[in-house]
Write a protein that binds this ligand. Sequence first.
Ligand SMILES: O=C(CO)[C@H](O)[C@H](O)COP(=O)(O)O
Ligand SMILES: [Fe+2]
Length: 219
Amino acid sequence: MKIAPSILAADFGNLRAEARAAAEAGADWLHIDVMDGCFVPNISIGPCVVQALRPGLGIFFDVHLMIRDPFSYAEAFAKAGADSICFHYEADPDPGRVIERIRSLGKRVGVAIKPATPAEVLLPYLDRIDMALVMTVEPGFGGQRFMAGMMPKVQMLRRAIDASGRPVDLQVDGGIDSETAAVAAQSGADVLVAGSAVYGKPDYGAAIAALRRACPDRA
Ligand SMILES: O=C(CO)[C@H](O)[C@H](O)COP(=O)(O)O
Ligand SMILES: [Fe+2]
């Protein structure tokens, strides 16, 4: 199980130290939420912030693009130091061309689906992506309640990924805490994003360890 703290819940006045603290506390990936005020009703950070965080920080940068036109912006995030670029299926009428674009930039590629989007839309792309992301909140804000109703989508994708034989990560994002981490892991997720459940706690190491402990062995 990989734990990916989301810096959306970090102290933005202290972002470099916060990113480093999560890495030193045992995080596997750093989840970086990018919001444009168009695709979602909130604005967070852009490529220059990703670039500012990169020097001296070896942790895997998992960039979650909640923006319109990911095709055009992928290059800026790749140059800024993203390791993985995950865009929303709903953000481009031709997700295949965005996948190819990110791949051509030499980055790992993920595709995310909003709660109203059926998981079946991802099936045609499982042969060419590195990660599928099932949102368990409406994208746009941290600190929302986990939507357990998304678990059948996670279960279906777990079966499809296993059947494909490809190493596709299955990420769940939104409302993860010790209780919901167990639910997501049991459903087949292998990467958990956690904003408030890490950055909202006084001890990041203990918070990450608690999430890991909550997950059953299968995960
Ligand atoms: O993509 C996101 C919101 O759109 C965030 O990654 C997510 O909400 C994490 O925050 P929390 O764990 O507090 O729910
Ligand atoms: Fe996210």
